[in-house]
Design a protein around this ligand. Structure first.
Ligand SMILES: [Zn+2]
Length: 75
């Protein structure tokens, strides 16, 4: 995906968190394993801790510090 802010290629990755630890983002198609702190995985500073586990496929632009993901809102 191309970054709509700067026009560069964004990095595809997985946002994940379990509510007990920091929210992480890992480049690729799989979420970061528990306790994983390898290169390419980082803490998402914008995330607030909650009590639910989640993963979100997302695209990250390090230059703009933006993340994008497709979603809908259902009620
Ligand atoms: Zn950008």
């Amino acid at each position: 995906m191309i970054c709509p802010f700067c026009g560069k290629e964004m990095r595809k990755g997985i946002l994940s968190g379990d509510g007990r630890s920091a929210v992480t983002w890992k480049e690729g198609d799989r979420k970061a394993p528990l306790m994983d702190r390898i290169v390419g995985t980082g803490t998402v500073t914008a995330a607030k801790h909650t009590l639910t586990t989640f993963t979100i496929e997302s695209y990250f632009c390090a230059d703009c510090r933006k993340m994008l993901f497709d979603t809908d809102v259902t009620t």
